[in-house]
Each structure stands twice: as C-alpha cells, then as structure tokens.
Design a protein around this ligand. Structure first.
Ligand code: OAD
Length: 249
C-alpha cells in the first residue's frame, strides 16, 4: 500500500486517539470479492436488467412478478456467498472502536452481519426482509416472496421486498445517518458515487471537518472530493489499512 498508506493510518489513528469518531459508507464493491455482482461495473446488474423495471415502485406496480423473481434470485444467492476479509476487517474495527464507529451501507446483502458487524445501517434496505404494504411491518423473510405471501403481522397478502427503490426515501436519513456525518473521519469503500443521497455524504462530512478517504478499484464519480484515496481491492486494502490504524491506537 505504500508509504502514503502509513501516513494515512497515522492521521486516522491520531484523530481516533483524540476521541474522534469514524463513519464508514460501503457500496457494492465491498461485496464484489464475495462473488456479488456490482451494478455499474462491466457485466453489472444494471447492464443485464432494466433499473426502471426492477428498482422502482412503478416497475413493481407494472409487473410485480418480475420484481419478486429478481429479488428472490438475489436473496437465494446469499446462501452461496461468504463475507470476505474486507467485511471482517470492518467488523473487527467496530469491536475495537465501539460507539465511535458507524457503518452505513448501500448494500442489501447480509455479508456485513455475517462477518460480525453488529450495527449496520442498511440505507437501501435488506434482501432478507419483507415489508407489508398494508400495515408497514418489516419482517425477516429468508425464502421466496410473492404476491400471495402473507404478512406475519396483519396476515394481508401485501408483502414487497424491503428494498429502497429509486424515487423512495432511503432509510435512517432522519437522524442516524446525518449524525454519523459529523464524525471526524469519513471512509467510503467500493461505491461509484452515482446515487444520491449516499454520493453526497463525502461533501457533508468534509464540510463538518472530517478527514475523508476513499477505497476503490478505480477513480469514481466523486473521487476528487476525497482528501485521500487508496486504489485496490477492498478485501486486500482494508485488512492491511485497518491493522495499521489499530496498531497505532
Ligand atoms: P456500483 O456498481 O455503482 O459501483 C461499484 C463500485 O465498487 C465501483 O466504483 C467499483 O470501482 C468498485 N469496486 C468494484 N470491485 C471492487 C473491489 N473489489 N474493491 C473495491 N472497490 C470495488 O455500486 P454502488 O456504488 O454500491 O441502489 O451503487 C449504489 C446504488 O446503486 C446501489 O445501492 C443500488 C444501485 O442502484 C439502489 O438500487 C437504490
């Protein structure tokens, strides 16, 4: 990772030692090495499928069966994948930093949790949950979901994937995420910076005086807003960088 990485580890650990908090935002790139397709890389999901058909309320209203099938396929895939060293490094950092650490993810897979992360703010929802359109109940739903599935709370046959679609308000945006952007360090991992409000988080964190760092395979849409960037695979960069940081604490 080079000398600049050690310098960066020193800067981050110095802020942590003086009580600074660390907020991490992850995107599809952190799950790529676990075999989960990203959205906008070559061969990504949005190259194979139409976003407006599968990730919008209008698409769901137009053809719910196609949308149920798409998320059933992605949910079933969860059984065949494992967390990678990047997920595990973040879980270890959470254990070390405790309340000073916040993990926000755009991802809907359960790999952060399966790696040991305890507090994960899934701002775009979760594949393993269903939401009732009648009573609003959110419930764990590990298997296939369809129009006949019954809500565990009100029994209505009105369940949808607990996924935030385009045009819908992401979760945790009232207080938890805004509060987390007041941290002294903001680290973005594996996101192309093309979807708001997540893509705007670096600007908010920076305006609050945070040290901002991006880990990505290549420069992304918003890379120039970060004071520091490390290019490489998250599963390789994170374990080394976070070990360097925690060794200085
Ligand atoms: P994208 O597919 O847009 O971007 C993936 C990012 O991960 C790119 O910047 C890649 O360079 C990077 N990447 C790929 N492999 C990596 C690796 N091994 N290590 C580090 N970085 C890697 O995915 P997101 O930015 O997460 O939302 O997409 C954001 C949102 O758009 C998703 O949450 C989803 C999608 O539409 C909704 O559907 C609402």
């Amino acid at each position: 990772m080079g000398q600049d990485c050690s310098d960066l580890a020193e800067k981050v650990s110095a802020r942590l030692q003086s009580g600074g908090r660390l907020t991490v935002l992850t995107g599809a790139g952190i799950s790529a090495e676990s075999g989960v397709a990203t959205f906008r890389d070559l061969g990504g999901l949005w190259e194979q499928y139409r976003v407006e058909d599968l990730a919008s309320p209008e698409g769901f209203a137009r053809n719910p069966g196609v949308v149920y099938d798409f998320y059933n396929m992605r949910r079933a895939q969860l059984k065949r994948i494992e967390p990678n060293p990047g997920h595990r490094a973040l879980a270890a950092l959470e254990r070390q930093l405790g309340a000073g650490f916040t993990l926000v993810t755009q991802n809907v897979d359960d790999l952060h949790e399966r790696a040991g992360s305890q507090r994960v703010l899934h701002m775009h929802g979760e594949l393993r949950k269903a939401r009732c359109q009648a009573c609003g109940a959110i419930q764990v739903w590990p298997g296939d979901l369809d129009a006949l599935s019954h809500c565990g709370q009100c029994k209505a046959q009105s369940l949808r994937p607990h996924i935030v679609w385009f045009g819908e308000m992401p979760l945790y945006m009232e207080e938890q995420i805004p509060a987390s952007l007041d941290a002294e360090i903001f680290m973005s991992i594996g996101t192309s910076g093309q979807v708001y409000p997540a893509a705007g988080f670096v600007g908010l964190a920076r305006a609050n005086g945070a040290l901002t760092l991006e880990i990505n395979l290549m420069t992304a849409e918003h890379s120039q807003q970060f004071q520091h960037s490390i290019y490489g695979k998250a599963g390789e960069v994170l374990p080394r960088l976070l070990a360097e940081i925690t060794a200085l604490l």
